[in-house]
Design a protein around this ligand. Structure first.
Ligand code: FA5
Length: 344
């Protein structure tokens, strides 16, 4: 009996090793025949040996063989499933398909547009300045001639942080910061993020980008302002861009003007245009001659120097340049939208 038990155990060990090599239908059938074939299978032969055992040994030996048989059948079955799955996966993989393209990161469309604008001004000899997004009441309002409680502040309502700290509502405070440090001639642009208490709609955002311009020197006139903006808009859009200066009010410029361009979305043809409201015009910037009081606030003599300034909405202008009907698309982070600009 001991001898028989040893043979059963060896058969099991041999099978366990061999079954790991079953990888396809052919090796499966070969192993199955080797162990379970009705005539010469190793298990069949062991069953035949039962006859040679003593009658009292037969029940235990029979049990051992039956256990080995279900072990072999079970393992063969699970092996079959495994290679069948592998085979199925191999069938599903189409190696002739083109590889998946990975997209590289890219600057945001508004930033790309900002660079385009900066390049035009750099070519005119301007330099780039920056300032903080968290400002004091003095730089955002006071030094720019907004007295406390003046109604002009209402249009620039923002988030107040603590004490007199607030999120800046425009890039104009950087004019003050630069003029405090540098004396004329000054010829700068100031791009940056600004914040306002606004309900988002197709042409308004609570966070957007502005680009400020400031030129201060002896003999600067409104004609310089007009010529500069005309050159800039023609270079950015086209020779045929329609533009108009409209009287406006800013506490820090006098006289002040707002600049509109002809609506590029409806081309003044849609009375219900969501962008221009049917007027055919859209405002893209505010501008004017630096108010003498602002010069006094930074110790520049207004009897000697004059200057002009302007503040352009970058997102708003990008919207018209790309003919996008809603500025909010820029910030929805929909890659299908953003990728259109990566290709440019
Ligand atoms: C100003 O912010 C002034 N600081 C501009 C200025 C600078 C005037 C220097 C004179 C001298 P205004 O609030 O109009 O002005 O904003 C300027 C431009 O920012 C607008 O013409 C528009 O293009 C853009 N803008 C204003 N509000 C929003 C908004 N909520 N969402 C997106 N763009 C806006």
């Amino acid at each position: 009996m001991k001898n028989f038990e040893n043979k059963v155990n060896k058969c099991r060990r041999d099978f366990d090793k061999a079954v790991l090599r079953v990888k396809d239908e052919k090796s499966f059938h070969e192993l199955r025949n080797l162990y379970l074939s009705r005539k010469r299978g190793r298990l069949t032969l062991l069953f035949k040996e039962l006859n040679a055992l003593k009658p009292e040994e037969k029940p235990k030996a029979g049990q051992l063989l039956n256990r080995l048989k279900s072990h072999i059948q079970g393992k063969l079955e699970s092996r079959k499933k495994k290679y069948a799955i592998t085979k199925e996966e191999a069938r599903k993989t189409d190696i002739t398909l083109p590889g998946r393209k990975r997209y590289w990161g890219s600057p945001h469309p508004v930033h790309l547009f900002q660079e385009e604008i900066e390049n035009i001004f750099l070519s005119m000899g301007y330099s780039v300045e920056e300032g903080p997004e968290i400002e004091t009441d003095y730089y955002n309002f006071g030094a720019l001639n907004f007295p406390p409680h003046h109604p002009a502040r209402d249009d620039w309502d923002t988030l107040y942080i603590k004490g007199d700290l607030l999120l800046r509502t425009h890039t104009s405070p950087v004019q003050i910061r630069v003029m405090e440090k540098r004396k004329p001639p000054i010829k700068i642009i100031i791009p940056g993020k600004v914040y306002r208490k606004e309900t988002p709609d197709p042409t308004h955002l609570p966070m957007f980008y502005q680009l400020e311009g400031l030129v201060v020197d002896k003999g600067i006139t409104f004609a310089h302002l007009k010529g500069t903006l005309e050159y800039f808009l023609k270079t950015l859009f086209s020779e045929n861009v329609k533009m108009r200066f409209r009287p406006g009010f800013f506490p820090f410029t006098e006289p002040s003007a707002e600049v509109d361009i002809g609506c590029t979305v409806c081309k003044a043809k849609d009375e219900e245009c969501r962008v221009c409201g049917g007027s055919g015009w859209i405002e893209i910037l505010g501008s004017g001659m630096v108010d003498p009081q602002v010069f006094k606030n930074v110790n520049i003599d207004p009897e000697v120097y004059t200057g002009f300034a302007f503040g352009l909405g970058i997102d708003r202008t990008a919207m018209f340049a790309y003919q996008i009907a809603d500025m909010r698309y820029f910030y929805e982070n929909d890659l299908r939208f953003n990728r259109q600009f990566f290709l440019k």
